[in-house]
Ligand binder design. Sequence first.
Ligand SMILES: [Fe+2]
Length: 252
Amino acid sequence: MIDYHCHILPGIDDGPSTLDESIQMAKLLSAAGYRTVYCTPHKVKYLFDKSNEAVYLSIKDMQRELYRQGIPLRLLAGREYILDNHFLEYINDLMPLEGTNYLLIEIPSGSYQGMILDSITAILQKGLTPMIAHPERCRILTDQRNSKIPKSLSFFKRNSIYGKMLLEYSYQHIDLLEWLLNIDCAFQCNAGSLSGTYGRSVQKAAQRFLNNGMYTHFGTDAHDTFFLEKLNINLKHVKSPKPKMYSSLAFE
Ligand SMILES: [Fe+2]
């Protein structure tokens, strides 16, 4: 099994702060059947801004310790880029998932569509394939035009400036998901989304995307041992049958 999205490296982002905690996470992942983990620390300007070289060095240190302790887990490099207004500053120094041309990106729920389109176009121009991290947790991709706007806005509100803004906002979201599907992005599901770790609405969105065959990769998006312990328990309750993609790609 391969974990395509994990915050396992110590002291790089909001994952574990010590190597010992990272090793504990590795033991849990190994026990759950994972053999390869993509280490994908956040890249967020001013907040989690460590260099790519720091990521490689951290992987090297941790991999050495895994070998020393006999834990059969292979670490590969990657990052999780947030598509904010600083993203394009990193465009010439991107770190795709090691051995692939996938770039793991997170679309913040409050983003402007224009900024997202510009950023993803720049990624494509670099010859990389965007992999959308946990789209089920991204409201601008999960909100549906017909489920919210007509019912939530009265006639008066729909004809006010605020109402028109909401309407436009909603329309933009639907177009964005279609656009992402049309350019053949990869879509990475968080395993915990399917088991309800992030709440009912995320779980429903994940199930809908799964049923539509949208997901191409799976990951834990784990940040600590507590999360992994909870995930292992919750995943036992994920309803079967699981679609083929879930078993073949998530846990290959
Ligand atoms: Fe993440």
